[in-house]
Write a protein that binds this ligand. Structure first.
Ligand code: GAR
Length: 189
């Protein structure tokens, strides 16, 4: 069974969707660890309640590459096949990229390469696009760059604000992340 490590910073709804899809037989994999860089992340409680290994590894005040080395050390004994960034709001340092080449995935709530970075839905609204969506991609050294694996499109509707648009996109995130993970694990990519 392929082993996933899910890295989170906040709410963890993408993590929960992946865990549910595994439980319900839509994804053949196991979550070997959930690692939060924010000790307040609700995903840690959710993971523990699901009987998963929940690891709080605070990153505050720690330089990017140093933190990356800490993550590598933490995951080393766990035989991780794929790292899943699920609302992980820190840059991934070089040591982690080197330890898991082409084995780190991220989800981002826009149609990359449009609107990387933060406040993504507001960026889309401000620009006036009529469609937005989400992207699952391999992580490289850039900010929200790296080869695209899967995308989904949603309309931007009149009267949308950042929250309503985010909610519409999130529904699709919960579907395509699992599809993208399955695709990568199948080795067909
Ligand atoms: C998701 O919308 C995810 O795409 C986004 O943060 C949210 C996390 O929600 N990630 C990024 O913006 C990364 N650049 P979740 O904690 O409920 O999964």
């Amino acid at each position: 069974m392929k082993r996933l490590a899910v890295l989170v910073s906040g709410r963890g709804s993408n993590f929960e969707a992946i865990a549910r899809n595994i439980r319900e037989g839509r994804l053949e994999a196991e979550i070997a660890a959930v690692v939060a860089n924010n000790p307040e992340s609700p995903a840690l409680q959710t993971a523990a309640a699901l009987g998963l290994r929940a690891i709080s590894l605070p990153s505050k005040g720690i330089e990017t590459d140093t933190y990356a080395r800490m993550v590598v050390e933490t995951l080393a004994p766990l035989s991780i096949d794929l790292i899943i960034l699920a609302g992980f709001m820190r840059r991934v340092g070089e040591p982690l990229l080197e330890a898991y080449p082409r084995r780190i995935l991220n989800i981002h709530p826009s149609l990359l390469p449009a609107f990387p970075g933060l406040h993504v839905q507001q960026q889309a609204l401000d620009y006036g696009v009529k469609f937005s969506g989400c992207t699952v991609h391999f992580v490289d050294a850039g900010l929200d760059t790296g080869p695209i694996i899967q995308q989904a499109v949603v309309p931007v509707l009149p009267g949308d604000n950042a929250d309503t648009l985010a909610a519409r996109i999130l529904v699709e995130e919960h579907k395509i992340y699992t599809e993208a993970i399955a695709m990568v694990l199948s080795g067909k990519l």
